[in-house]
Design a protein around this ligand. Sequence first.
Ligand code: TYD
Ligand code: MG
Length: 461
Amino acid sequence: MKQKQGFYCTECGNELAKWAGKCPACGSWNTIIECPEPLKMARGSGKNANFHETRLPRPMTELAPDQEIRFSTGMGELDRVLGGGAVRGSLVLVGGAPGIGKSTLMLQICGKLCEFSRVLYVSGEESEHQLKLRAQRLQVNSENLYVISETNLDMLIESVTAQRPEILIVDSIQTLYRESIESLAGSVSQVKECTLTLMQLAKRQNITVFVIGHINKEGSIAGPKVLEHMVDCVLYFEGDQHTSYRILRAAKNRFGTTNEIGVFEMGDNGLSEVENPSQMLLSGRPDGVPGTCVTCVMEGARPVLAEIQALVVSSAGGNPRRTSNGFDYNRAAMLLAVLEKRGGLKISACDAYLNIIGGLSLDEPAADLAAVIALASSYLDQPVPNDLVAIGEVGLTGELRTVNHLKQRILEAHRLGFHRCVIPAGSKAPDLRPVSGLEGMELVQAHNIGEAIRESLHKRA
Ligand code: TYD
Ligand code: MG
């Protein structure tokens, strides 16, 4: 790769053809400098020449079909998100807000990984002693687990060369720096350079690398967002810091799908897997109060029940307030309009709030119906029965449209003790043929939101 002569911003990494006092991209003053020689060398050839030996392309047919290149991390929920285990020689970026539990997750999987491979845990955030304390708490202890507190990338590579680990964990990318780059650790140019180097390390030496990256609420700090295109797999660890549940989701995966989620619970001894997320998401659900309705969404191949809460109150005047949390804002606005026009509820003069419980974000049209019912329930001040679940997409004319995997969703609702399921009329018959084990589940077919709301809400006494 030939690096063109130029200037770049030490703050945001923006490249320019000529010098300027103020960076046009990030607005910082006096941060533009000329690309130093070592930077060009680090990107082209030079210091790490061993990564850049000439290699000839080979015919596909000559490549050996790899045997088992996946391995389990010992945590089923993490394996699921990775697409059935981690892939040798891949680089996985684990992003998340500070304090969410990234270091905990990584150190915890070391326990299992050490049983069959050598693991090197490089921390730029904690001293070796602090790592020991954390490992003790997580009951991780193995001769195969090596730790080092290091922030210099070149030293890290030396450690790797000396240690030859099969798995490398880097905590975190924001603390790493390469001396040849003249900006602070954590700046865009540093994190990009360090990630690129680690990526080459992973491929050339067939090391599986997990890289932790902090991310702030907007994802704008030099972190996982700017690195997404470089790495093999990007996982985000999400959750409310005030609750103990954590959701791991894949934003990118070169070796699997991106729609699986893993659910964990943070406890005194680290993270434990939650194999039954529906139950977790429904725990603490209020009984007999208006403004809540349960639906079933598909998270990858797994049906998950989620509670949608709505609050509709008459507006104090001016523009009514609308907020939605975990539910697409525009979709919510559309549903409110449909409720007004087709459902006959005078909702336009009301403030409306929509919230998905448990930090889940629903991006499936199948959740429409439950949102509409929760809104209507709040507006009419009539509760939805506790054992009712609603599944269906709502169209602009207020009609209900059928959704995929309906049977699987209904089965999940049945498993968790729901007895009535409101679904779109005309849902394909084969989908609904009673399955063994579905006894006691009443399927209520509705054509439009009016019917669905009538069927769902308790009649006034
Ligand atoms: P940590 O893994 O350090 O977060 P990150 O690396 O993403 O910044 O997790 C920090 C939080 O987790 C902290 O608030 C304490 C909590 N925690 C537990 O509740 N139990 C535990 O066993 C551990 C290790 C951490
Ligand atoms: Mg950490």
